[in-house]
Structure formats: C-alpha cells, structure tokens
Design a protein around this ligand. Structure first.
Ligand code: G6P
Length: 620
C-alpha cells in the first residue's frame, strides 16, 4: 500500500526514482509524485493523479532538465485520506515549500495534529494525514535544539505520530541527504557504490544493487552518497539487518510477457519447486526459522490459519491436509475478523499467519493478538524479513520470487505448498505420521511442479473459452472438498481482474439456495474431484452438474484426464493431470487464473493493476 523510494548518489535522481516507482506501482496507483533536490537550495516537486504515466507526461511537459539533481524521492499512492486528486498526491510540503514528505501507512492521530497546526495558523492544502508530518517537521527543523538538524527533526516528529508509517523526508537546505523512518510499515535500504537508496521494497533498486539492509521497528535512517546511518526514534545508534537479495532484475521484469500476471502464472512450476527446495533434509521437514522447541509443536492442540484474500483461500486448502495428517482441529479465519471475536487461544494454540507480502495489516494485527494471548505464531511469507515473520515464533518462506501482478497467482500456489510443509512438520513433530509417510507425502508434493507445467498446456483452450464468455453477466464456481476453496479462488480472480460478478460455492450447498441463480447460458465452472481418489464425491458432483445443466447453465468442467463419466455433462471440458486428492488445488487453480486473466483482457482491463486494489494492504 503506497510505494516509496528515496535516492542519494551520482546518477540523476529523477531517473532512479521513476525507475523505482515503476517497480513499486503494484503497491498503489491512484497518483504518483517526485521531489528532487537540485543541490542549489531548491526542491523541485511534481505530482499527478492517476497512473505513473500521467506524472511522466507532466514531467515531459515541464521539461525533465528542470528536475536535475542527484538526491530525491518519489511515491505511488493508494488513497486512504482524501480522493486521488493532484492536491492529495505526495510529496507533501510545508508552507515555505522547503520540506517534502512521502508516506506509506496511516497516521492515526492526524486529526489532533491537524487541529493543532490549524490553531497555529497553518493552512493545510490537502485532505491527507501526511501533510501534517511535513508541517510538523518544518516547524521542528526551524526551532530549538533540533534547528537545522533534519534527522533529529524527523525523530522528534515520529515520536508524536501514532499508527503505521514509513516516511521519507527531504529538505531544500540539506541537498545531500534523504532521511527515512519506519514504524510497522516496510522500509529497506539499498547499499550501492557511491549511492544509497531507501524503498518500500528491494524491487525499487534491484537494478542498481542487491545489497540491502532491513530496518527495524521505530528506526530512522539517513542516506548520503557515502553511506547510511541508523538510529532509533530517541537518536540512539541502532543496527539494521543486512541481506543480499537472492533474485535479480529479470525476476522483476515482464520478460516479453504482455503482463506480469501472465508471466507469474507461467512461473508457477518454479515457484513451487523453489518453495519446496531445502525443506526436506535427512528425512526431516525443516522450517526456515524456528524459535520454538519441538516440544512446543508437540503440545499444540489446535491450529488457526489467519490470512486475507488469496492467502485465506490457501489456508482453507491447508485445513484438509493438516486435519488429516495431524489429527488436530484447524480453524481458518479471515484475519480482519479474527481478533474481534475473542477466539479461544492459549500457549498450545498454533496460529499460522499466511501472507505473501508479510505486511498486510489485518494479518499483522491478528498475529499480535495471538501473541498477546500467548499463542505460538508461525508465518508463511514470501518477503524476507517482513513485519509478520519478524513478529512470529517460526517462519516458512515461500520462495515464489517477486509477485508484481496485484492478483496473486504464483504466491498462492506457493502458499498451498508451504502450508502443506507446515502440516508435515507438525505431523512429524507429533508423530501422527511415520518418517516414511512424511517422505512419501513430500515426494508427492515434489511432483507438483511437473504437473503444473503440464496444466499450463491448457492455456490456449482456456483463453479461447474466456473470450467466448467474456460478455457474461456473472460466472459461478463450484467445488467440493479441496475443490471448494479452489472455486472460491477462481471467483475471486474473476472479481478482481474482470470486475464481474462471480461467486464460489460448495457444490453440495447449491440446492440450498444458490441454484436459484442458474439461468439460461450462465457459465458455471465446476472443479471435479478425482473419479478414483474421491469416487463418492465425484458421483455427487456429476449429479449436481446435471441439475444445473437441466436448468440451462453453460457448464465448464475442470476434470482429471480420463474422467469420462463427467464428459456428457460438460459443455466445455478442461482436462488437468491426475494428482492425489490433496494436491489437486495446485493444478486445478491454474486454468481458473488463465480464464480470469483472459476475460479481463478481452474486456480491455489492465490485468496487473485492477481498479481500486493494491497488492499490499497496510491499513485495517
Ligand atoms: C490484497 C491483495 C490480494 C492478497 C491479499 C493478502 O487484498 O490484493 O491479492 O491475496 O491482499 O495479501 P498478503 O500479502 O497478506 O498475502
């Protein structure tokens, strides 16, 4: 939610900052803006509502040479306070236009700060919470002990702010420095040769350096050409955590694909293989980080999975595996609801927090609530060192690589695989599976990248189908057992990308209400269980399909190769490779992703940046 980038070095800051913003646009695209320090005491700012392309066009019209300078910063916004118009776009400045601030997060006490500034005669020009920070920093910089000291001024103001924020601050009087601060929102430093970066995500500077430093909670960093310095909000020296990014620029580029999402769908076999790699060693499943004793895992008597969006669906899939393998009750809960209903938690509860970004505020708050109740927390996350894994007792990283398309694809499949590894690790610790059984399940999981690769061969058929049904009013998705969460994910993809009414149902529930929705030619996508693995469910679903077909629905059936029994009921049949029951979601989801992407494309929408959405949602 909101992408921010700052730079000090030997290149033109405008180019570096715009390059970074391109890679951060997935975080929000309601508006964009830049500030460049020209080195001679002037702070040049431009900002524009809408996509980054609007800002770039404005910069061209202004003449980019007027933004010359080697220090600067930029922002791409997902609107929270105030509509996405020019005046609410970042950077925000003080009245004298010497301080510029970009911000990710929400300053919760901004109404009080705003009232205080207004009482002092400050005229605010935007509806944002961010602008208050610009005025406050300018005021503190002008007076008292902190006069003329930008980092001290930022620290002083940060101590007054409540909520979650990453701020990047520049001052016209300090042309060789950019100051940044963070609390509960992401901030990483990029360390180059004679240049330094700050950004929400390493993707912003990966083309310049892979050496990065993760900042801790309540820390301030000052970057210059020569180096960086970290302090806490009180000014005490502090340490960031250096790391080297293990992927390169090509992973963050479209590589000849029209959209990132299409590339990410194709990367799914690798995402799965990389997620599984290294997690089965000497006959044992291992996590990436474990700050828990094995005995703690043995004592677990209940599991909650908390997550949002697609990650939540991955949790719904995991429930079937964890209950089956570990004989433990598993509840799957939307993170945004979890802490508001007083869930029964204690030190024998394991809360599995699943989050691609590791910074989703709903999930983070669920983790915090769980920890307050003494529950153990295990994070499944795709972002090294993000806030959710930092606040957890154990971590399993999905090594899906950077996911830029806003709608999750490869991260979702990687989350299912990672959740299964968590289930196997629990089964192993608790002895509900023998070591050879764990090894067999892992070997089965290790076969899924090839099965997903094979499923990708359905793409042309699925795309043609997508074009045929692109004008439908609505699409329904049905599944049973693990096919039910797959149906939910298929419907979510279609809503997100094609803005179409789409609903997923457990097929058995259809007759209890949703069947009333069936009308002539309504496309209904059905995820069939294996005729061999789940014979009883299979025959029940065949009956469900014949019921909806009799009522005029257009049936689109995703079924295992060789499933001849369903053929007569399928107006369109998409065949996927046979897998064991629990692994079917990893293949069955793939055609649904392709279908949603193609329908969106036929309707002329931007697949990577669906309207109103952002990839990382750092507000509750
Ligand atoms: C947003 C995104 C979804 C994502 C969800 C959870 O709503 O648009 O694609 O599934 O957040 O994100 P997380 O980073 O926690 O997995």
């Amino acid at each position: 939610m909101c992408g921010i980038v700052g730079y000090v070095g030997h290149r033109q800051a405008l180019d570096v900052v715009l390059g970074g913003l391109h890679r951060l646009e997935y975080r929000g695209y309601d508006s964009a803006g830049v500030a460049v320090l020209d080195g001679a005491g002037a702070l040049r700012v431009q900002r524009k509502a809408g996509r980054l392309a609007n800002l770039e066009a404005q910069l061209d019209a202004d003449g980019r040479q007027s933004f010359a300078g080697t220090a600067g910063m930029g922002h791409t916004r997902w609107a929270t306070h105030g509509p996405p118009v020019d005046r609410n776009s970042h950077p925000h400045r003080d009245a004298a236009e010497t301080v510029a601030v970009v911000h990710n997060g929400i300053i919760e006490n901004f109404a009080e700060l705003r009232a205080e500034l207004e009482a002092d005669g400050v005229e605010l020009t935007s509806d944002t919470d961010t602008e208050t920070a610009a005025h406050l920093i300018a005021r503190v910089y002008a007076t008292g002990d902190t006069a003329g000291d930008l980092e001290a001024s930022v620290r002083t103001v940060c101590r007054r702010l409540e909520g979650a924020f990453t701020l990047v601050v520049t001052h016209a009087d300090v042309p060789d420095k950019v100051v940044a601060a963070r609390r509960s929102s992401p901030l990483v430093v990029g360390v180059g040769e004679g240049e330094h970066f700050v950004a929400s995500d390493v993707a912003a500077f990966i083309e310049h350096t892979r050496e990065a430093v993760e900042l801790g909670q309540d820390q301030v960093v000052v970057i210059t050409r020569e180096g960086y310095e970290v302090t806490d909000f009180m000014g005490e020296p502090a340490q960031g955590k250096p790391f080297t990014v293990d992927w390169d620029l090509s992973a963050a580029e479209k590589g000849g694909h029209e959209y990132f999402m299409l590339k990410e769908i194709e990367e799914q076999p690798d995402a799965l293989a990389n997620t599984l790699r290294g997690h089965f060693h000497n006959g044992r499943i291992t996590l990436d980080e474990q700050r828990l004793a094995d005995q703690d895992l043995r004592d677990i008597d209940k599991v909650f999975v908390v997550a949002c969006g697609s990650a939540y669906h991955s949790g719904l899939v995991a429930k079937y595996a964890i209950e089956h393998w570990c004989r433990l009750p598993v509840e799957v809960e939307l993170a945004s609801e979890f802490r508001y209903r007083d869930p029964v938690l204690d030190r024998d509860t394991l809360v599995v927090a699943v989050s691609q970004s590791g910074e989703t505020m709903d999930t983070l708050e669920a983790v915090r609530h769980a920890r307050e109740q003494k529950a153990r927390v295990l994070a499944v996350c795709n972002t090294n060192g993000a806030q959710i894994p930092r606040e957890s007792d154990a971590v399993l990283y999905t090594h899906a690589g950077p996911e830029i398309g806003v709608a999750s694809t490869k991260a979702f499949l990687a989350q299912i695989a990672a959740n299964y590894l968590v289930g196997l690790a629990l089964a192993q610790a608790r002895g509900t599976k023998y070591p050879d059984e764990v090894a067999r399940e892992f070997a089965d999981l290790a076969s899924t990248p090839a099965a997903v690769q094979k499923t990708l061969a359905t793409a042309a058929q699925v795309r043609a189908l997508g074009r045929e049904i692109a004008d439908s009013k609505a699409v329904l998705f049905l599944g049973r057992h693990v096919g039910y969460p797959v149906a939910l994910e298929g419907a979510l993809k279609l809503k997100e990308l094609a803005y179409m009414h789409a609903e997923g149902f457990a097929a058995g529930e259809l007759k209890h209400g949703p069947i009333a929705l069936i009308e002539q030619d309504l496309p209904v996508v059905v995820v069939m269980p294996s005729p061999k693995g789940r014979a009883v469910l299979h025959s029940k679903l065949v009956s469900n399909i014949s019921e909806i077909q009799a009522r005029g629905a257009r049936t689109i059936v995703i079924a295992e190769e060789g499933d001849d029994a369903v053929r007569p009921y399928a107006d369109s049949l998409i065949e996927i490779p046979a897998t064991s029951t629990l692994l079917q979601p990893l293949v069955a989801t793939v055609p649904l992703q392709i279908l949603a992407a193609e329908i969106a494309r036929s309707r002329g929408y931007d697949i990577d940046k669906p309207r109103n959405l952002a990839k990382s949602v750092t507000v509750e």
